[in-house]
Design a protein around this ligand. Structure first.
Ligand code: XMP
Length: 513
């Protein structure tokens, strides 16, 4: 079954992924492609509509992204957003002017009056708040276009050539600050492009299972299962598609949270796949003994992980396919710039080049994180795994400051479990994006009963973030923190002091190491 498709052509804007997300929230499948995609390729994809994203530049600069205006002659409806709208104007002979006069550039929430007789704004309120962010402005629209929205400063806040189904908005309908933006995109998709909305996780699962079966035939596949959402959902999908032709290797490095290894095993051991759990805790802790430097810990765990995986893979012999849990944001972001490496991330999903296989299967490469979760639910994956918060590959090793011992691991596991339990009891487990305990290696004096103690300080951390690149510390209610604190010092040995981390990222990172 093929889905209706809408293309998002990326001109370098910061919201390209968000636009794709919004389209999918309307149950319409969409893909983000570069503006450099050849026209022939675009035609072959047969999109029902095209959205041009914003971009950082002025259309008149030599280096600005442009494409052949043939794209506008295919009879496919187009919505240009911000730079995308200016590109439409540029390509079709209108005029853009730089707002030398600061009074003509707009940034932030702006009142706009829209023409509700246009299909783009059908059924919406006439006066509305939109999110503007532009320096250049449209001073003359191309022939055939008319204004369908204006603000005080901007005569062409929105424009349309309704006959050719070409639309442009100077603002960003994809961001929440544009109050009716979601409905505007909905109007474009349904009323202008004629989409019905056939993108559901049930249909995705059906198609993916059929495609995987076709591809794998009677071959063998191998998957490194970390217990994270992505590899767990990939495993469940493959289990339904090819059952015992899949072997998944779960390397338990002994640095998971309390009971987590057993939960992963319980979720997959009877799922019809060959499930191999390698209990390598002692081996990892042996290698880590006495190591205090965070990057060395990461490196040791990364290397040891590969070694263990390799040994197990060799026992299976030749496999045809290696399954990876790559998701769509990784695909969109891959190759984008070279941001400074703050921490080297050891990702259990991102494996190896040494296992002898024919091809890689990435069954989630078209999905956003929330869609991966929805797919997990559709496939009947244990809710605990579906809603698992992000957990770093090196696990608790980077949440124990300084050297790691089995006793410290056990102490942290117990304390962290109490924290998580109380957060769930308070109903906060899905609203705080990541929360965990850190065993600092600092000791301090306390008093318990009649005696003096000299024990560890435990730090609690909770953050709210959408992308994990920046994060704000969570305002966890004091009474919840109090309950956690009382329980931990009473129930966990060797901890006599609890602190809450109130730094955001930047300047701190989310993890302590
Ligand atoms: P930081 O600490 O860099 O974390 O602010 C951002 C996000 O990445 C996770 N993280 C890791 N994930 N291997 C991983 O797979 C790592 O070494 C690692 N270090 C940090 C962290 O949990 C947060 O979600």
């Amino acid at each position: 079954m093929s889905h209706e498709l809408v293309l998002v052509l990326d001109f370098g804007g910061q919201y390209n992924q968000l636009i794709a997300r919004r389209v999918r929230e309307h149950k319409i499948y969409c893909e983000v492609k570069s503006y450099k995609t050849p026209i022939e390729e675009i035609k072959a994809m047969n999109p029902k509509g095209i959205i041009f994203t914003g971009g950082p530049n002025s259309v008149y600069l030599d280096e600005s992204p442009r494409m052949d205006k043939e794209i506008l002659e295919l009879g496919i409806p187009v919505l240009g957003i911000c730079y995308g709208a200016q590109f439409l104007v540029y390509a079709l002979g209108g005029v853009i002017e730089p707002a030398h006069d600061a009074s003509l550039s707009e940034y932030g929430k702006t009142e706009c009056e829209i023409d509700t007789s246009s299909p783009l704004f059908d059924g919406l309120d006439k006066n509305t708040i939109v999110w503007m962010s532009h320096n250049d402005y449209i001073s003359k629209v191309p022939d055939g276009f008319k204004s369908i929205g204006h603000s005080v400063k901007c005569p062409y806040g929105a424009m349309a050539d309704e006959e050719r189904k070409l639309y442009g908005v100077q603002f960003h309908p994809e961001v929440n600050h544009t109050v009716q933006g979601f409905d505007m995109l909905g109007n474009f998709l349904t009323k202008i492009c004629g989409c019905r909305g056939d993108w559901t996780m049930e249909s995705y699962a059906e198609t993916a299972i059929r495609d995987i079966r076709e591809k794998v035939g009677d071959g063998k596949a191998l998957l490194a299962l970390s217990g994270g959402v992505d590899s767990s959902v990939a495993c469940k999908l493959l289990a339904k598609a090819i059952g015992s032709q899949l072997t998944c290797i779960f390397v338990d490095h002994g640095l998971m949270r309390k009971n987590e290894g057993d939960e992963v095993e319980a979720a997959f051991a009877d799922s019809g796949v060959n499930f191999v759990r390698v209990n390598a805790g002692e081996r990892f802790l042996g290698k880590l003994a006495g190591v205090t430097e965070p990057e060395s810990k990461r490196k040791i765990i990364g290397e040891e992980f590969i070694r263990v995986f390799e040994e197990e893979a060799k026992k299976i012999g030749k496999v045809d396919y290696l399954v990876q849990g790559t998701i769509y944001p990784d695909v969109i972001e891959s190759g984008l710039g070279d941001a400074a490496v703050i921490k080297s991330h050891h990702n259990v999903g991102g494996l190896p080049d040494y296992v002898d296989f024919k091809e890689i299967i990435e069954p989630l490469r078209l999905l956003f994180k929330d869609e991966v979760r929805a797919l997990g639910t559709t496939l009947g994956l244990d809710e605990k795994l579906v809603w698992r918060q992000p957990f770093p590959g090196p696990g608790l090793a980077i949440r124990i400051i300084g050297d790691i011992t089995p006793e410290k691991v056990a102490t942290l596991q117990d304390a962290d479990a109490i924290f998580r339990e109380e957060i769930a009891n308070a109903g906060l487990d899905r609203s705080i994006n990541q929360y965990f305990a850190v065993l600092t290696s600092m000791r301090s004096v306390g008093v318990m009963g009649d005696g003096r103690t000299y024990d560890y300080t435990l730090a609690l951390r909770g953050v709210s973030t959408s992308d994990f690149m920046t994060a704000d510390f969570s305002r966890i209610p004091y009474d919840v923190l109090e309950k956690v604190s009382v329980r931990i010092v009473n129930e966990v040995k060797n901890i006599n002091r609890i602190v809450y981390d109130i730094t955001s990222k930047p300047p701190a990172t989310i993890e302590w190491e």
